[in-house]
Design a protein around this ligand. Structure first.
Ligand code: HEM
Length: 412
């Protein structure tokens, strides 16, 4: 049994025994598990200044990008990116997301014609990487860059097991880091020299141009933001889509209901597809634990929290609390359609986090998953050769194994 599998079992037992705010020992470290919605809100949204993020290890990969930045640097970085990921900023990337969805749908048409076996999880990673890469650079993801960017995943996967000494850790993944830096350097130079495409400049160009007003945006910081957005914005979306396909295999009626909800392109169809995404995120929130560190003494739901305490906020367990979510193990997208289908208090459903450090890419993620499913669901049904029976609880919670499938041939 892997360490992470033990962790989810330990956390489930702690919650069952001691409730929504529970102190336990993780190894020798006293740790507080937070699953009660009000306590979740207290930690993440009401008092983010008391409960801070620490990301020593991840810094090796994402440096000073917005995910790991703190204080005024974080505020500045967040403000700039926020304008890109909401409202009119977001509209600029919609065409690129649609192009990425069309490319994947085209590949799936090919698999259906030839009867070729392919891996659904790998396809979803390819799509998510293509969508974010197009948004960053204005160009589709080419095969060579895709191969080189596998280094991002290798470093991310190695992070939990790297030596604690920073220099040793860097040494252990030096070759992969060099590969990532080379891709980033190439992309930044191309963005600096290239003309904006028909959809306007890519996000990288926005970061480059920001240097005129904010000299902090040097190439190393732009590299860090680029890698941060690749890391934060690709594995999360890809695992969500992979879980969704696996869940639809198990609950075929949910797919039929979504497709029956309205005509192609209608608001009802879109809402029904988004409900599939949200119900998947309820059962498998990719960021299944959100670690925090108490910077000062505090009282949380009647529990004294000493400065220096580590906390694990756990959406995975909150989303499976039967008092909040009746029959929690059951996949039922109608929860997200019926007006009284789900608990509405903040902190009962938070796959994207809540508060000032909540996901910057929420709109992007909902958009890309919906658009891809609008393309795939009416045409293609994966028939899996085998289905992983367990989840792997690493940095994200993902299916523990390959997901090989074929597609039914299209109707003549
Ligand atoms: C932060 C989830 C997709 C960019 C977060 C956090 C969560 C999350 C839970 C907060 C972590 C914490 O509070 O400790 C997800 C899920 C996604 C997704 C479930 C997909 C289904 C994306 C995408 C992007 C993105 C597509 C970028 C295009 C970010 C960034 C942060 C973040 C930059 C850090 C924000 C900050 O610290 O200010 N995400 N995310 N995410 N996410 Fe996402």
């Amino acid at each position: 049994m892997g360490i992470e599998r033990e962790l989810i079992e330990l956390l489930s037992q702690v919650r069952e025994r001691s409730g929504g705010v529970a102190t336990f020992r993780l190894g020798s470290t006293p740790t507080v598990l937070v699953t009660d919605p009000q306590a979740v809100q207290h930690v993440l949204a009401r008092h983010p200044e008391l409960y801070v993020k620490r990301s020593h290890r991840a810094r090796l990969l994402i440096g000073d990008g917005v995910l790991s930045a703190t204080g005024t640097a974080w505020k500045r970085q967040r403000r700039l990116l926020q304008s890109q990921f909401t409202g009119t900023g977001m509209r600029r990337y919609e065409q690129r997301i649609t192009e990425a969805a069309r490319t994947t749908a085209g590949r799936w048409d090919g698999y259906a014609r030839t009867g070729q076996t392919f891996d659904v999880g790998q396809e979803m990673r390819r799509f998510a990487l293509d969508a974010i890469w197009r948004s960053l650079t204005g160009h589709p993801l080419d095969d060579e860059t895709e191969r080189e960017l596998a280094a991002v995943e290798s470093v991310a996967a190695a992070l939990p097991t790297l030596p604690t000494d920073a220099a040793d850790a860097r040494g252990a993944v030096a070759a992969d880091l060099a590969r990532i830096d080379a891709v980033a350097h190439r992309a930044i130079e191309a963005a600096r020299g290239g003309a904006a495409g028909p959809d306007g400049p890519g996000l990288l160009r926005v970061l480059i141009d920001a240097a005129a007003e904010h000299p902090e945006y040097t190439d190393p910081l732009i590299r860090d933001e680029l890698v941060t957005l690749l890391v934060a914005g690709h594995e999360t979306t890809a695992t969500t889509l992979t879980w969704l396909h696996l869940l639809l295999d198990r609950y075929p009626a949910a797919r039929e209901e979504a497709l029956a909800a309205g005509e192609e392109g209608s608001a009802q169809r879109r809402q029904a597809i988004q409900a599939l995404v949200h119900e998947t995120l309820r059962l498998y929130p990719p960021a299944w634990i959100l670690p925090r560190h108490a910077s000062e003494d505090d009282t949380l739901a009647g529990h004294a929290i000493e400065a220096g305490t580590d906390l694990l906020v756990c959406p995975y367990l909150t989303h499976r609390d039967p008092e909040l979510w009746p029959d929690p193990e059951h996949f039922d997208p109608r929860r997200f359609i019926a007006p009284d289908g789900r608990p509405t208090q903040p902190g009962a459903y938070f796959p994207f986090g809540i508060g000032p450090r909540a996901c910057l890419g929420l709109q992007f993620a909902v958009r890309e998953t919906t658009v891809l499913l609008e393309h795939l669901l009416p045409v293609h049904t994966p028939v899996f050769h085998s289905i992983p029976t367990k989840a792997a609880y690493g940095i994200t919670v993902r299916p523990d194994g390959p997901t090989p499938a074929v597609l039914k041939p299209p109707l003549a």
